[in-house]
Design a protein around this ligand. Structure first.
Ligand code: FMN
Length: 170
């Protein structure tokens, strides 16, 4: 995979085809998250991978923008220690998420992040231990709209470098 192109092309996929993700592809995605860098190599994450349809549907209770999980082939809930302990914890979780999303994209599998507004509902659903906090999840699946994987790199949609990048000094 051309990493630069993948970074430019990847976009959130929220509509999924009714096609399962093969076990080895699911493991490859999860391994990409497991291999992500983290502060002091603490790897402050557990991944709960969900493929049961009824559980995927129930995961839509995670928050107001989690509806796409119902149609996903797989969801991965990222559980971490309390982010209040160290600012690096959600940063690390975000990197694991991004690695999983890029690994999936290489396989032609789309994904979308879910901000978990109802962590206790997710904890109860999945049996996540009390000391861990499921604040983020990902839906994965083959895009319902196949063209979304073949689109040319988008020219817009991100703030321009002139606004974001400050060379040497602000
Ligand atoms: C921390 C974070 C939380 C997000 N939460 C949600 C969410 O709850 N539901 C959703 O549909 N998309 C969510 N997204 C996806 C973003 O809306 C999406 O990545 C952004 O609008 C840019 O679109 P693109 O990825 O297609 O370029 C989230 C993304 C991030 C990084």
């Amino acid at each position: 995979m051309d990493v630069a192109l993948a970074i430019r092309q990847k976009r959130a996929i929220r509509t999924f085809a009714a096609k399962p993700i093969r076990d080895d592809d699911a493991r490859r995605i999860l391994d990409a998250g497991r291999r992500a860098q983290s502060s002091k190599n603490t790897q402050p994450w557990h991944f709960v991978a969900v493929r049961e349809r009824t559980t995927l549907q129930a995961l839509t209770a995670a928050g107001p923008f989690a509806g796409h999980v119902a149609g996903a082939a797989m969801a991965v809930v990222i559980a971490t220690p309390d982010p209040a302990q160290r600012w690096t914890i959600p940063f690390d979780a975000g990197q694991a998420a991004a690695y999983m999303q890029l690994a999936a994209w290489e396989l032609g599998i789309g994904s979308c992040l879910v901000a978990v507004y109802e962590p206790e509902a997710v904890r109860a659903l999945l049996g996540i231990p009390a000391e861990l906090h499921p604040y983020a999840a990902l839906s994965f699946g083959y895009p319902g709209d196949l063209a979304s994987l073949a689109r040319p790199p988008r020219a817009s949609g991100r703030r321009p470098a002139t606004e974001v990048v400050h060379w040497e000094h602000w």
